[in-house]
Design a protein around this ligand. Structure first.
Ligand code: APR
Length: 252
């Protein structure tokens, strides 16, 4: 734990993590909702994970959208509006500094749809679950970046008039194949995978951790708590990513 009682153990783990990062030519990072928690965005599985009494899993599926698109859009419009109020935190900024150190040998794979990595200045970002700022037409398939503009409860395509949907990956849907294969390639080629703020329960994303291990990479986890991945990682750093990642950089 990242607390004073266990500070010597934590310090040693931090040093081991820094050594693994320093020894790598290629570094991949996998982030989840936890890295944005300190920016003020709620995680999915924390605090009951409910929105207006619905489980997130029940409003983020193709079936839910078919049954009640206005309900699903209310959920996403709220999340889009929240983006206007939040800023990247020191955890996001630390990853920008790490990328500058590795340059071409760095890939950031994120499950987040909030765009905060790019807002911080990260360049090589793979958004495997899509982006809240983008919409996709259910008719003509056009994808558009609408920023944080307020959309109606049933927004329609400017080109063909069909219903728009958020350009995010819902439960039961495939991940965008191009982006996904780039993510797989990055974890297969890296010497070290840094896993930050994910519960590691949603597949196929969580499977990137197993892939990295199978291809010989060392894995570092940064999380407030133990996760499904903790038992199989090389170094687990428990605490807030907004503190731990800047601390890690100081050791590089
Ligand atoms: N620092 C580090 N870790 C944190 C912090 C923090 N400040 N706050 C929370 N966490 C950790 C939690 O302990 C938890 O393990 O972040 C994790 C968040 O887990 P989830 O809410 O399950 O988010 P995530 O893993 O990104 O979910 C995966 O599921 O709902 C879908 O598509 C959605 O991309 C999402 C996917």
């Amino acid at each position: 734990m990242h607390d004073p009682v266990d500070s010597s153990g934590f310090d040693e783990a931090l040093e081991r993590a820094a050594r693994l990062v320093r020894a790598s030519q290629r570094l991949a990072v996998l982030t989840g909702a936890g890295i944005s928690a300190e920016s003020g965005l709620a995680t999915f599985r924390g605090a009951g994970g409910l929105w207006e009494g619905h489980r997130v899993e029940d409003v983020a599926t193709p079936r839910a959208f078919e049954a009640d698109p206005a309900l699903v859009w209310r959920f996403y419009n709220l999340r889009r509006a929240n983006l206007a109020k939040v800023l990247p935190n020191p955890g996001h900024h630390a990853l920008v500094q790490i990328e500058q150190r590795f340059q071409d040998g760095f890939t950031l794979v994120t499950q987040n749809v909030d765009g905060l990595h790019q807002a911080a200045g990260s360049l090589n970002v793979l958004e495997i679950h899509g982006a809240l700022r983008r919409v996709r037409c259910t008719g003509c398939g056009r994808v558009e970046d609408r920023g944080v503009e307020a959309l109606s409860e049933l927004p329609s395509c400017r080109h063909c008039g069909a219903l728009l949907r958020p350009d995010v990956v819902w439960f039961e849907e495939m991940l965008p194949p191009g982006v996904w294969s780039q993510a797989e390639r990055a974890v297969q080629r890296c010497q070290c995978l840094l896993v930050v703020g994910t519960s590691a329960v949603v597949y196929p994303a969580a499977g990137l951790i197993d892939q990295a291990r199978r291809w010989g990479a060392r894995v570092i986890e940064v999380n407030l708590a133990m996760t499904e991945a903790t038992a199989s990682v090389d170094v687990a750093l428990h605490g807030p990513s907004g503190t731990i990642l800047p601390d890690l950089i100081k050791r590089l």
